[in-house]
Design a binder for this molecule. Structure first.
Ligand code: G3P
Ligand code: CA
Length: 257
């Protein structure tokens, strides 16, 4: 597999272009997650960076979807990677949330790139492979991100709980910044990040305190965390120097800047 050419500035602690406040799955729970409508809703509260989940369809196209199956957030059933993009396009990804969003389509990564780039928004693409597709999904996201964000001043930040997916992304597009998602912090987390060439730790916020954030910074890593919906906890984490706070509470946690 070969990646399109494209160069981005090196993203590191000295050159960190991303906002500190990041809307989770578009607008958290206020609109149907991982839809363009959710991004628009998050943007209406002043959010300028968006986290979302990406998977492969049966015919190798990248779409936004959190779960491995379609049942919870669409009118479809079964595994996401059992349907082609054409079949996914026929589904309703908004009606499960509320009647106002009925008919909302499953977005492609390409559609999200068009929307966010046109509006000057930043993105955190979570590579969320259907089990068994880790390498293919990681490589596909990285290749498509390179071409979809070609010429952009700031690249997408890639993240994943899957080390295999991050490894694949690194091999095909080493210039794209990566963050390792960790629900629990293992003792060797700095070594894991270094092995994958990650620029950031992206942890469950319950794993973080001032000392962990200071250690990550001392090791040369930025620190993001998910999913913080309490205003006082958000303020505490940011006071410790947190670099990126992923939240559903786009209506209650005001983005800085
Ligand atoms: O990317 C951080 C966060 O979204 C990870 O958890 O389950 O919401 O994808 P989840
Ligand atoms: Ca996610």
């Amino acid at each position: 597999m070969s990646a399109p050419s494209g160069t981005f500035p090196v993203i590191d602690a000295a050159n960190w272009p991303y906002p500190r406040h990041i809307a989770h799955r578009g607008a958290g729970k206020l609109a149907p997650e991982n839809t363009l409508a959710a991004f628009r809703h998050g943007a209406s509260f002043g959010y300028r960076m968006f986290e979302f989940d990406v998977k492969l369809s049966a015919d190798g196209k990248l779409v936004l979807m959190h779960d491995a199956t379609l049942d919870r957030t669409t009118s479809g059933k079964g595994r996401v990677d059992a349907l082609t993009l054409g079949e996914l396009a026929a589904l309703d990804a908004g009606g499960w949330h509320s009647p106002a969003y009925a008919g909302e389509p499953v977005p492609t990564l390409a559609a999200i790139a068009r929307y966010t780039r046109a509006n000057g928004f930043h993105v955190n693409i979570e590579i969320k492979p259907v089990p068994g597709t880790e390498w293919r999904t990681g490589a596909a996201v990285a290749i498509d991100a390179l071409s979809l964000w070609q010429g952009a001043d700031v690249p997408p930040l890639l993240s994943s709980f899957s080390e295999e997916a991050l490894d694949a992304a690194r091999q095909v597009a080493p210039g794209l910044p990566r963050a390792l998602l960790l629900d629990k912090l293992p003792a060797d987390w700095p070594e894991r990040l270094r092995r994958l060439g990650c620029v950031a730790l992206d942890a469950n916020h319950r794993e973080l305190d001032a000392a962990v954030i200071a250690r990550a910074h001392a090791e040369g890593f930025q620190v993001l965390c998910y999913t913080v919906n309490d205003e006082s906890r958000a303020a505490e984490l940011l006071s410790w120097g947190l670099d990126g706070l992923i939240t559903d509470a786009v209506d209650r946690i005001e983005p800085a800047g």
